[in-house]
Each structure stands twice: as C-alpha cells, then as structure tokens.
Design a protein around this ligand. Sequence first.
Ligand code: 6R9
Length: 635
Amino acid sequence: MSNYSIKNLEEYFQLYRKSVREPETFWEEIAEEHFVWRKRWTKVLQWDFSKPEVTWFENAKLNITENCIDRHLHIRGDKTAILFEPNDPKEKAQHITYNELYSRVCKMANVLKDKGVKKGDRVCIYLPMIPELAVSVLACARIGAVHSVVFAGFSAQALSTRINDSDCKMVITSDGSFRGSKTIDLKGIVDLALEECKGVHSVLVAKRINSEVKMKQGRDQWLQPLLDKAKATYTAEVMDAEDPLFILYTSGSTGKPKGMVHSSAGYMVYTAYTFKNIFKYQENDVYWCTADIGWITGHSYIVYGPLANGATTVMFEGVPTYPHYGRFWQIVEKHKVNQFYTAPTAIRALAKESLDYVDKHDLSSLKVLGTVGEPINEEAWHWYNNNIGKHKSPIVDTWWQTETGGIMISPIPYVTPTTPTFATLPFIGVQLALMDEKGEELKGNQVEGRLCIKFPWPSMARTIWGDHKRYFDTYFSAYDNKYFTGDGAKRDAVGYYRITGRVDDVIIVSGHNLGTAPIEDAINEHPAVAESAIVGFPHDIKGNALYGFVILKEIGESRKQENLRKEINQQITEHIGPIAKLDKIQFVPGLPKTRSGKIMRRILRKIASGDTSNLGDISTLLNPEVVEAIIEDAQ
Ligand code: 6R9
C-alpha cells in the first residue's frame, strides 16, 4: 500500500526519484497492487516521441468500470458513489450508492447494446450535470464504446462538428437543462445539430425539465422507459489496455477542434493514483469537484479518478451564483464536503461578494482545497486561503490539460509547502523541461521558458481522432523528443513551477480554452465583415476576456455599428456557444501584419490591455500606419 499514498516530503522525493530511475517498475507496482485486471501486461512501456507512439501496459486486459464499480460492491456497496445536488436547493439531493450505480450503469449498457451500439463505436453525450451523464459515460465504457462528451453549453454547430468528426452513431441528451434561473432547450439544439449529421441513427432523451419536445419517429426515444425494461446486470466487455476509452475535444490554435483520444489502462492508473494523493482522499470523505463532466476535469476527477478509489463524488447541476452567492458554501456545509476543487474564475466571482455569504456556513469539514483551469492570481489565492480554507486547508494549484489526462504539476497537501500562484512540483513520474527560444533545455533554477514534458506518463492522450499527423505537429514537432504543452512557465530558486500562461493562440476565458481561429471564422462569416482578429485582455473575474478587432467591408454609421456588434456576438453564439462571446468589439480600418501576412497579435494584445506605451519594433510591419489608427479608437 505504501507507494499509493505519499506521507511526507522525503517520501515524495524518494518516490519521484524512483519514478524517474525505474519508471516501469514504479508504475507496474502501482498497477499491480491497486487495480483489477482480466489479464496481465506483457510490457509496461514502449515509446517513441518521434512518431509519436506510446503504449502502457501492453496486452493487458481490463474494463475500467470493473475498477470503478464492481470491485467496490462487496466492501462498499451501500456507500454513496455519486451524490447528486440539483440546481434548485429545494429539490432533494440524490445519494446513489455503489450498488445502485452498478445497476443503473448495467441497465444503460443493455439499452445501448439493444440499440446496436458495439465495442469501438462512438457515442456522443450531450447532457447537463445530471446522474444520467455519469451513468452514460460509464455505460459506454462498460460495453467498450468510445464516449465523446460535448459540454452542454456548446451550440448546435459546435455539436455537429464534433459528432461528425468522430462519426458518432448515437446521441444521448435530455429534453433540457436547468442553469440557475434559466432553462436551456438541449433537445432543440440536438435537433438542429443533427440536420448536419447523417450518421446518427438514434437519440436517447433523458427527461429533466419536463418540457415539450419534438421526437423524431424512428430516431428519438425517451430514455427512462427503455431503462425500466432493461436488465440490471451486464458483463463488462474485456478491453485492451490501449483501446480508446474516450474522445474529448479541445480547442486548437487552428480551426477544427482536436478530438483527444485517451486510453483505458494508463488513463485509469494515472487518474486514480493522482486523485488519491492530490486530494488525500480517505474512506468516508466527501469529495466535490465543481467542474462539468463536459470538460477533462470532470472526466478525470468527478467520474473516473474518484470512483476508481471508491470515493463519494458530488455532482452539482447548478451554478455558483444561484439562487445566491453562498450556494457553494451551503453545499459544502450540507454534505460536509472534505475536498473541494474549483476554478480560479469561480473564486474571483465569489470573492467580489459580501463575506456574509461565506460566514453563514460551517466549512469546518474542509481538509483540502484545489484549483484548476488557469493561473490563480495572488489575491484570489489569499481570499480562498483566508476565507474558505481558514489557513488550515492546503490549496493544491493543479496544472494539467485535456491532453495530459491527469494532474501533472501540483502540491501534495500536507506534504508540499505551498506558495501562492505556484503549482509547485511535478507529480510522481512527470519529467518536465523548460525550453528556450533556440530549442535548448534550460537547466538549473530561476529560469523561464516553454513548458515541455520529456518522458511519457500513463494518461497522456495517444492521438487526435482521425489525424495523427496533427497530433505530432501540434505537440511533438516544436522540440525533438518532447511533448510541448503550449504553456510558458518559470522555475524558481527552489525548483517550484509557476505557469505564466499560453504561448500560442489559445485564450483561457473563465477557465475555458478558446482558440482564436474558430472565433474569427465565425465572425468572418458575417456578410458585413472582411476580416477579424481576436486577442485576450485581462478581466477581473474571467481571467481573460475577448477583444475583437474587426474590419468591415463598409464603414456604416454608428447606429448600424451597434447592431453589428450584437450580430457578431450572435454569430459566435451560434457557431461556438455563449462562452466565446466578445466583451469588446472595435471596428478597425486594417490589422497590423507582418510582411508575410501574419497578424501581429502581440501588438493587438497590448492595445487591448490598454498598454500602448511600449509596442516594440513595429517598423517591420507591412502597414505600421494602422497601429496609430487602432490606438486612437481603442475602447
Ligand atoms: C485541466 C484543464 C489546459 C490549459 C493549460 C493551461 C491552463 C490549467 C492550470 C492552468 C495555470 C493551472 N491551466 N490548469 N494554468 N495554472 N493550475 O484545465 O484542461 O481545459 O485542456 O486546459 O489550462 O494553460 O494548458 P484544459
């Protein structure tokens, strides 16, 4: 058991050294002692980053749901696996035990099988944060189908692109969703999306908001009656270690979203091991991650990591601000939450409000606090530490990505001394490198560069669905034999890492990754628009907000321009979703470009953040005169 739970700093360093010196032995021991396998592996690791090809636990057989559910039944069958807290505090919470989860997942698995879903088929899940979402994910895994969860805030167009990219046969959705005081017509969005998706033969619809929806004959069916008739047992499909478990889309610097493909065995081992140590989960703790399962954080640290450890994991349907700013703290008190994991943007939004919302609640159950998704600023860190953790719950600032599958840099609570805004040390097995502009690795401390990873870890994505070349080009071509993260980082005097932010064209808004290219594509489709460029600028709550510089085909009068601003945001909402709306739109006569025609975003970023004092050398621009004009008019 010892390697599975890290007790002090010395042990961390010892294990870290072992994981670097003998990575195969290290991971083999973890895999052997803490998981159930149908068949043992023949080789722990094979890798070649020049292709890139990575295989963990080659030839092993397993089913992740046997590890997340079945093996717990005889020891903790009556323990709550999923604690569902609805959007409306007046609606009762649901405690779904491991026994119940088993039968719900098996019933769902039988429904999927009956509808013709086979091992390897892709199933799109477009559901709000209701138990059916976790159940559908696990049911896919149980029958060996590859789930592709699409966050239920994405538009019809974003949904259809994702469905078509991975050729999904089926969509699981609901009539609608509750979000704070609003309801969202999810089924309507699916109907619209499916006009573009010829490969989808069936749609299963969970009932959540009891709205009137149109059901297309021969394609759409209500889920519940099918579940009622289904058998409550299902023998798990035997999967190969490297069989894809799921696809999850993430934004890229260029147009199309990237369908990151995750494996079965490596993903399971790494998410379970990180969960146990980074949240210091103890039997009977109640753990709550506020993310949505539509993002990687929800996959790894609401569903798979916690359940593989037999944990009680809270699933919250609502938003932090409804019906009031104390909703999170009310839930912590109500369910006596021990580990609480959220995003800096939520902390900043709540920190703006009166402390009464916090102080009304007993938060003494909390033992560990976590953050993820973007760099946490010092002020938010202290607010979290003072008012939520009361200086007694360590904050784990966890850095990782959709691509990494699990947490890569983080303190270990009660083990690693924390420093505000530092994600601190690499997790066991994670070999980081900082690279300079010339492509050399920066050795020693007190250096800053581009963050890379130079050795495989079990939960790394294996490819981009349908485009292995893009996988290589995006992550493995910048530096020989290294995975490039897209982030910049500093290593301080004691070897702690601080993430400085993206160095590519991805902008993180409220913790959501947004690529500039798809937003620009959406804007450019407006008939009045000639060209556009999006940059991020600092925002108190969202971390970054979006600033659009737009060239119109004709400069109209200002009233018309106001309407255009609305239409442009409407266009973005339709193409991507409301999360990508622009905070500011400036109509400009031109965009600063290099002689090779590349937009100089560096200059636009400075203008957007109001810092025009030092724009650097603009003499190399094709059109330096537009810079003056843009500055004059900047908002
Ligand atoms: C898990 C997740 C990944 C990008 C990543 C980085 C940023 C995430 C962070 C952080 C600073 C942290 N990021 N955690 N930056 N400190 N603790 O968020 O995955 O949605 O793919 O985003 O988020 O820029 O590259 P994903």
